[in-house]
Design a protein around this ligand. Sequence first.
Ligand code: WTA
Length: 635
Amino acid sequence: MSNYSIKNLEEYFQLYRKSVREPENFWEEIAEEHFLWRKRWDRVLRWDFSKPEVAWFEGAKLNITENCLDRHLAIRGNKTAILFEPNDPKEAAQHITYTDLYKRVCRFANVLQSKGVKKGDRVCIYLPMIPELAISVLACARIGAIHSVVFAGFSSQALAARINDCDCRMVITSDGSYRGAKTLDLKGIVDQSLENCKGVSTVIVVKRTGEKVEMTKGRDHWLEPLLEEASDECIPEIMDAEDPLFILYTSGSTGKPKGMVHSSGGYMVFTAYTFKNIFRYREEDIYWCTADIGWITGHSYIVYGPLANGATTVMFEGVPTYPDHGRFWEVVAKHKVTQFYTAPTAIRALAKESLDYVDKYDLSSVKILGTVGEPINEEAWNWYNNNIGKNRSPIVDTWWQTETGGIMISPIPFVTPTTPTYATLPFIGVQPALMDENGNEIDGNQVEGRLCIKFPWPSMARTIWGDHKRYYDTYFSAFKNKYFTGDGAMRNAVGYYRITGRVDDVIIVSGHNLGTAPIEDAINEHPAVSESAIVGFPHEVKGNALYGFVILKEVGETRDRENLKKEINQQIAEHIGPIAKLDKIQFVPGLPKTRSGKIMRRILRKIASKDTSNLGDISTLLNPEVVEEIIRNAQ
Ligand code: WTA
């Protein structure tokens, strides 16, 4: 297990240098020592970013579920693989052992086969965070079907678009889902979308809420009776390393959603290796990632990465605020969670509430904290560090994307010294580059530019389903022979990376480039502010000026608004400079967010520009109602 667990900074640098100088040798050793292959590869890597074409471990044969299940049975068959924590804290948690999981996956895989699903077929999974979600994902992988999980909070229209884009023949769903105090009629949503999806011939329905649902004869089948007839052994389909494992659509804030296609071999190697090192997983640990399996974070770091390492991975059905704001911490204490991985937006929401919700619980089991999905502001980082990590659990601020498949830039806990708001150093094998406006790489430190990756890594997406040209145009056309992330980043004096936000969020004011993230950081540090978003709007003299949408904490609600505005601008001037001061500040009750918690700046930009005639589709927002209110009070 020589290279598998990085012990100190020196070893990190050694391995990093090796991974750059001899990437093929480096990844070959990892792949050889730690995974089960049915046949060895003929070639480690073949690539050409000008097409783009990337193939890892070509010629190798495997099935990822043998790596996630079969090989653990003899050594950890009775260990909990999935620890399911239901929405309702009064409902008992379920400990699904590796042996149980193996059998349930095989059964489900046999059901899929009995309904005619074959290697290469696409299966849409539209399920809440219940064990059957992970099980159906693995069941598809078992028989070589390509899963396309759609987050079970998307509307019927969004679901239909995704089903049709990759031509799914089958949909797996449930009667309903629990989200805090609410229930959602998932089957009804599926029925609606299928009116526009003529290719779907089979719907498998998992029973969860027990609500009455319509079952279309010949098309819809309850899962339970089918499972009863199925065997709990299923011979795995042997896949080529480059065969697609799954399709996952990116949030689709603009235009048609992009179905990112991930491979079987490279994806497995990179997600397993990053999981092991970035969460420093040890055999007794209880790891919890609060994401939904409907997003890439759930695919890579609830299902595949953890299970490939024989880990215990918690699956949480509920929400952080139900039955109260202490739920996360209650679950951490109850299951003695050792690694806790969540999103900054959740941290900010919980940090607004009383610390009593945290202090009630014994969090001493926690060893490592993680964040993902957006830049974490300093205030949230400090709150997380002080109150959850008690200043002794390192925070891994992990930067990556649906497209990258796995974590790309992150500290290694207890190895890389952390600095708030910095994702720090590239992971082994990841070669970032910062580019200037003219397409040249910016060398040295204390620089800022567009973040690209200049060499392939095993878990990169291989294409966009059905549209390879769009894959090239979106990611490989802006900078020659480089993958362009769409993010901006800076590299500080010690070579640490800080992601400054999407490049499309950069606003040029009086010829100066201003990142929205650092301005928002500055505002959020004001004691009366809970969250904020900055957008640009056209300005006669400056080209663009800044408009701030600000959510106040309770302490701010009673304060004089005009004074608050002055203080906020003062704060920005102190943190960044007078150039970054806001021309307009609007106090708002909430910010329009996508289901994955990202602020929809496109909408705010339109409101700030007084162009609200065509806001586009806001139906997939988490909180569409907030948009009207913001428009009403816009300046
Ligand atoms: C942003 C989520 C700053 C970034 C895994 C990226 C981050 C996009 C971080 C991808 C981070 C993700 N710090 N920004 N630690 N992690 N992002 O595809 O803009 O949902 O391009 O993947 O989220 O979002 P996606």
